[in-house]
Design a protein around this ligand. Structure first.
Ligand code: BG6
Ligand code: GLC
Ligand code: GLC
Length: 923
């Protein structure tokens, strides 16, 4: 065996060399033949073992097991769905690596569902051997040259061509147009390409060539092209099988089963790369001495062992090795070998296919052998045909075992008893070999009886499928550009945020001085945070957030709260003032009854989360409604009086209203009870606002120069003087225009929960009108105001739920979306909530810096009490706020404390302090 194929043929050495020893007798010959051909027989049990072992390796690789390294790679491609059939346009396809030493360029026109099918134009170029084994740059320059030559002959524009690159080697893909070659297979071994992005190499070569401007849009394995080019029939074509120079398959896997992907919905096409399968336990018994020799003499010894038993590059070579062996044993050609028979690569796949083809008959075998310099006899011809059959049958059977493994994998992942599937087949071995496909199909039925498989031969060698993927990729790239353009105004840089902070500082100063400013900077008459000595039972109301609450707060050494949530119907919130306050009193009476408090007149603290000009702790003139409220006859009135009047109307109740408190103040007080450094209150919920402890000396209109008072900034109105116009997008303008208070609360409308969902909805509408989302179909439900709740942003952006959540939410809304849509919706949500958090952070930075400067400190350590559903429920909001504050106010160490008990507790504490002070003055 040693000498087979390695005899060192010299050019021109044509003579036959014949065995000197005597030829074997008939029975010895027959034994030798038997012994040789027997090696190619694979039993059903062996095939089943290969199937099982391959399946095991596939599942290991999917799970992401690193060690021991699985025997197959299972490479995710970025193809997520089989074609819709709607793809349209002209595409250039460049195929490299599928068919031996040739490179093919195609011009493919896709005409969508309605259009007539247009046959692709194509040209094949032979890649010189020295290019296949030379420098990578040479190979890609050659490809770029072939492209130009092909395009020169076509009536096409030289600009803006879109190209799909079919590159049939194992690659790590990181995008539809990014793919790193892992290792060469088959007859290629160009230097400097492994580990490189082949799309970039091709782009560079096209640029060097300079003749055409071509955008390389997608890169695709040949198996994927084969699958994608399959005409959609009764059942979806979800497996692509190629047996050409090499062999491989791809199939559609559930994304959640692919550990390396962060995706739990939808499917993704996986290139199995089964050519590299080599499990000693399963393959070892099947490998023949000829397989070992072939491997040993190949360009990549030890690699692609499975492929070397099946791929077209190797079948001719295996036949040649067997024939040379049998000739040397004296069984064939009268014991004579020719130099051609002994030289690598002299028998090609075509020869094998022809020799086996009964229609071409013995004459063709004879001719081929003669071309090899042999003089075959009649029995030789028959034996050669047997050898070809043995080699090819084994190849088809092994391929079937591998395909059966893929089908089992698919069946497991779909959890189906019987799998109905179509397999697209491509490659010269499948297409040209007379029996390969029938043996393959028969064996698959035997090995995977529970699968109902139909085999669909690929048309035009997968080029159409590559064009399909290219069409999708081109569309996605265009969509991505439009998405980026749309979201660009939401992405604020450091300078923009610093400008917001600076403007906020200016507006604060003006507001404090009593000058015209969008920040009202309202005094609250709260002069100190609690000191822990407060005691008693208090009632509290909490109106203006998501929920209206009535609370009983017992302050002893700790605080005990009992509360009840009541609804405020929109008709009441936007009805008459009298109706609203009567409703509030009704709720209090109900609460008192339930708590057994009827008849008691407990001191009451009223969290009223709207802008009020306070004249004292228990007097607050409502300046204007914000958020969803618009009850008539309240603006300009003292809210405490309105409440007292309602109490009087509802005779038989006595209530002692002691304090009116904004929710920011209630929150600061509530958190201040636990942490004395809490001197700021922040709300990011339905609305947004902040309060903080300001020096009395800085406030115009409040008597006294020493000490501090809490200021309700009412920062939601920041920018109502037009100072935020630079940052306001068309979507902000739409949301503002459609609101019940146009032109008002512009900062709030960019930040808080009542509006973010609406901003997202307007962006989605815009993207739909550009055709970027939902296939451009305007969906009626998306036109409905407030259909996209802000809580969806929190849910959608939650990492653990990822895209699955996006789809579930949007499907619930009746929005039919693809996984590409889902990803874009997620990005829209992220951009909108990120801007909100950063603007909020810029506001907090302005406040903490003001406090630091007020106190003349180099560094300030301060805490912020925070409440509000958006801040609490959104997965990233709080950390983005904190990060922005660190960036914009580096000299302040800011701790954020989430309020656990709502602001009612704070209102009760304000009331408690007031009662204590009142008692003191009475004494
Ligand atoms: C609650 C407070 O916890 O948060 C309210 O008790 C406050 O006073 C509210 O208005 C703000 O958040 P949201 O999301 O309910 O508006
Ligand atoms: C080789 C390549 C693989 C390709 C197959 C068929 O196995 O590694 O990517 O699909 O040949 O061409
Ligand atoms: C609105 C109100 C404000 C309140 C904020 C948070 O901006 O005007 O008073 O603090 O919402 O609820």
């Amino acid at each position: 065996m040693d000498s087979i194929g390695s005899s060192g043929l010299r050019q021109g050495e044509e003579a036959l060399s014949c065995s000197e020893e005597g030829l074997p007798g008939p029975s010895e010959s027959s034994e030798l033949v038997q012994e040789c051909l027997q090696q190619f027989k694979v039993t059903r049990a062996q095939l089943q073992q290969i199937q099982a072992s391959l399946l095991g390796s596939m599942e290991q690789a999917l799970r992401g097991q690193a060690s021991p390294a699985p025997a197959v790679r299972m490479l995710p491609t970025y193809v997520g769905s089989t074609p819709h059939g709607t793809e349209q346009g002209d595409f250039v396809v460049l195929e490299l690596g599928a068919t031996g030493a040739s490179l093919r360029v195609l011009w493919v026109t896709l005409t969508g569902i309605e259009g007539h099918r247009v046959e692709p134009r194509s040209q094949e170029f032979v890649i010189p051997q020295e290019v296949m084994l030379g420098a990578g740059q040479q190979l890609f320059d050659f490809a770029a040259h072939c492209l130009s030559e092909f395009l020169d002959a076509q009536p096409v524009n030289k600009q803006g061509l879109q190209l799909g690159f079919s590159f049939s080697f194992p690659c790590h893909q990181t995008g539809l147009d990014r793919s790193t070659l892992i290792s060469w297979t088959k007859g290629f071994r160009c230097s400097g390409v492994e580990g490189q992005d082949v799309v970039q190499l091709l782009r560079d070569a096209i640029r060097r060539q300079g003749a055409y401007s071509i955008d390389v849009v997608a890169v695709v394995n040949d198996t994927v092209g084969t699958m994608m080019g399959c005409e959609p029939g009764v059942r979806p074509c979800e497996v692509g099988l190629v047996v050409d120079t090499g062999t491989n398959a791809c199939y559609m896997e559930e994304a959640r089963h692919v550990a390396v992907l962060d995706e739990d919905r939808g499917r993704v096409c996986i290139s199995v790369e089964w050519g590299s399968f080599s499990d000693d336990g399963a393959l070892g018994p099947v490998l023949t001495t000829f397989d070992h020799t072939l491997d040993h003499e190949s360009l990549n010894p030890g690699a692609q062992r499975f492929e070397k038993m099946i791929g077209g590059l190797y079948l001719g070579e295996l036949v040649r090795l067997v024939l040379a062996h049998l000739a040397r044993c004296g069984v064939l050609f009268g014991g004579c070998t020719s130099p051609a028979l002994l030289s690598q690569g002299s028998i090609l796949l075509e020869h094998v296919a022809e020799m086996e083809d009964p229609s071409t008959g013995a004459a063709r075998v004879h001719a081929i052998l003669q071309d090899l310099g042999l003089s075959p006899g009649a029995s030789d011809v028959e034996l050669v045909q047997h050898v070809c059959a043995a080699v090819c049958t084994r190849a088809a059977q092994l391929c079937a075992a591998a395909l059966a493994a893929v089908l089992s994998c698919l069946q497991h992942s779909r959890e189906q008893q019987t799998l109905q599937v179509a397999v697209a087949t491509g490659g010269r071995v499948c297409e040209r070999h007379p029996r390969f496909c029938s043996v393959l199909q028969g064996t698959v039925m035997l090995l995977a009886p529970e699968c109902d498989v139909s085999f669909i031969p690929s048309v035009d060698g997968g080029g159409r499928g590559v064009a399909m993927v290219t069409a999708v990729a081109a569309r996605l790239a265009a969509h991505r550009r439009l998405l980026e353009q749309t979201l660009a105004p939401f992405r604020l840089n450091h300078d923009q945020l610093a400008a917001v902070q600076a403007q906020m500082r200016k507006a604060m100063a003006k507001g404090l001085r009593g000058e015209a400013s969008s920040l009202r900077m309202l005094p609250t008459f709260v002069r100190a945070t609690p000191d822990g000595s407060e005691r008693g039972d208090f009632l509290a109301l909490d109106l203006g957030g998501t929920n209206f609450r009535v609370l009983l707060v017992r302050v002893t050494t700790g605080v005990q709260i009992t509360s009840e949530i009541y609804s405020i119907p929109e008709t009441v919130a936007q009805g008459s003032g009298q109706q609203l306050f009567d409703h509030i009193v009704d709720c209090i009476v109900d609460f008192q009854q339930k708590q057994g408090l009827s008849g008691q007149s407990l001191p009451l603290g009223f969290t009223f989360s709207f802008p009020c000009r306070q004249l004292g702790l228990d007097q607050g003139i409502l300046l204007n409604w914000t958020k969803g409220f618009k009850a008539s006859d309240c603006e300009g009135q003292d809210v405490v009086s309105l409440l007292r009047e309602a109490i009087t109307r509802r005779q038989a109740v006595e209530l002692n209203v002691v304090a009116i408190v904004n929710d920011t103040v209630g929150t600061m007080m509530s958190c201040g009870y636990e942490d004395p450094r809490c001197e700021i209150g922040l709300i990011v919920g339905t609305g947004t606002n902040a309060c903080y402890m300001e020096e009395l000396r800085n406030m115009a209109g409040v008597p006294g120069d020493s000490g501090r008072m809490c200021i309700n900034m009412e920062w939601g109105a920041f920018g109502d003087d037009g100072s935020l116009a630079m940052l306001s997008t068309r979507f902000d303008a739409s949301v503002d225009q459609a609101s019940i208070n146009p032109g008002k609360q512009r900062f709030e409308k960019m930040i808080s929960g009542m509006y973010l969902g609406e901003i997202v909805r307007h962006i989605l509408l815009h993207l739909t009108s550009l055709g970027v989302l939902f296939r451009g179909q305007q969906i009626q439900r998306l036109q409905t105001r407030d259909i996209f709740k802000t809580k969806f942003l929190s849910e959608i952006e939650s990492d653990s739920l990822a895209l699955r959540q996006v789809r579930a939410i949007l499907e619930d809304l009746g929005l039919p979306l693809t996984s590409d849509d889902a990803l874009m919706v997620l990005e829209v949500c992220q951009a909108v909530s990120q801007r909100a958090a950063q603007l909020c952070g810029a506001g907090v930075a302005a406040v903490v810096e003001k406090i630091r400067e007020n106190r003349g400190l180099e560094e300030l350590a301060v805490s912020v009490g925070v409440d509000g559903t958006l801040y609490k429920l959104h997965p990233h909001f709080s950390s983005l706020v904190a990060a922005t504050v660190r960036e914009l106010a580096p000299r302040c160490v800011v701790t954020f404390l989430q309020s656990e008990d709502g602001s009612g507790k704070g209102a009760a504490l304000v009331t408690a302090v007031a009662c204590r002070l009142a008692q003191l003055t009475r004494v």
